[in-house]
Design a binder for this molecule. Structure first.
Ligand code: HEC
Ligand code: HEC
Ligand code: HEC
Length: 112
């Protein structure tokens, strides 16, 4: 084989490595990954892209950008907002997903 064919082979192998590395990385992190909120006066809330996109099968466009920006800005929701159809409450209203107003369900989002 000529020197040039070896060069081509090396470049191809390099590209394949990059592609598989990217695929492995993409599998680990769905969308924006896990996003942690630490409200004062309530336990930590972790929003999981994996459970919303992979498990609940929601499309990116169902949240981005009409409900949330595609950038962590911080979701601030007062206790009163929990009962309104805003932010998480657009779905977490007891119809599309578990509610934010049922005592037994608080711990599904707020974890110690
Ligand atoms: C159920 C709603 C929902 C769905 C569906 C969703 N996201 Fe998100 N995404 C969020 C929330 C909430 C945030 C954080 C917003 C904030 O804190 O201001 C976020 C943030 C992000 C961020 C920024 C992360 C960071 O650390 O800055 C990216 C990137 C992102 N999402 C990509 C995606 C992609 C790609 C998809 C589809 C595969 C997707 N999201 C689907 C709710 C969603
Ligand atoms: C576009 C609709 C939608 C929005 C907006 C949304 N969710 Fe969900 N969420 C769902 C659905 C559907 C499920 C799965 C069904 C169920 O458990 O009732 C779910 C499940 C969950 C779960 C249980 C699975 C897990 O990851 O532990 C948590 C916690 C959760 N959501 C938190 C949040 C938080 C926090 C927000 C706001 C930052 C939010 N969700 C916004 C639709 C949504
Ligand atoms: C679907 C997820 C979800 C459920 C269910 C939920 N919360 Fe929250 N809660 C949040 C998010 C997101 C925030 C905002 C986090 C932040 O501001 O950093 C929050 C914030 C709070 C705060 C702080 C408010 C403030 O003014 O700073 C309190 C108190 C609270 N929740 C209580 C509750 C109680 C009590 C329940 C059950 C009746 C509940 N939450 C159920 C997601 C949820």
């Amino acid at each position: 084989m000529s020197k040039n064919s070896w060069k081509v082979i090396f470049i191809c192998v390099g590209i394949l490595c990059l592609i598989s590395f990217n695929a492995a990385y993409a599998q680990k992190k769905v969308g924006g990954g896990d996003i942690k909120y630490t409200p004062k006066g309530a336990d930590v809330v972790t929003f999981s892209h994996d459970s919303h996109v992979t498990t609940a099968k929601l499309k990116c466009t169902e949240c981005h950008s009409k409900i949330f920006p595609m950038k962590k800005k911080g979701v601030t929701m007062s206790k009163e907002d929990h009962a309104k159809e805003v932010l998480c409450g657009i779905c977490h209203n007891g119809k599309k997903a578990f509610a934010q107003t049922v005592e037994a369900d608080c711990a599904k989002c707020h974890k110690k």
